[in-house]
Design a protein around this ligand. Structure first.
Ligand SMILES: [Zn+2]
Length: 100
């Protein structure tokens, strides 16, 4: 005799997860996710998003976050390149001054 097939908690959790995933009842708007990513949320809102992405593991919102991160990385690239360029130039200038 086994009790494995008859676990009401597991069955309920499965149902809740299925309904929740199908309906995306509590999904925050992508704009909210973006604000959260940029540190623009605080208190309960930030906690809710963190819980939604982490503990709830919502595949939809995690995909949105991945997408936003990828775009941010792209946007950040030129700035980094520019900074490297300026650093290099100021180093060269400093070396030239030193040599005389
Ligand atoms: Zn979601």
């Amino acid at each position: 005799m086994t009790a494995e097939d008859n676990d009401p908690d597991a069955a309920l959790a499965l149902t809740v997860a299925a309904v929740w995933r199908a309906e995306r009842i509590s999904c925050p708007h992508p704009h909210v996710l973006q604000s959260w990513l940029q540190g623009g949320l605080d208190g309960g809102a930030a906690e809710f998003v963190a819980f939604h992405l982490g503990d709830s593991g919502c595949p939809y919102c995690n995909a949105v976050i991945e997408d936003l991160k990828a775009r941010e990385d792209e946007a950040a690239q030129p700035v980094l390149e520019d900074l490297k360029d300026r650093l290099l130039r100021s180093t060269v200038a400093a070396l030239r001054k030193h040599k005389r």
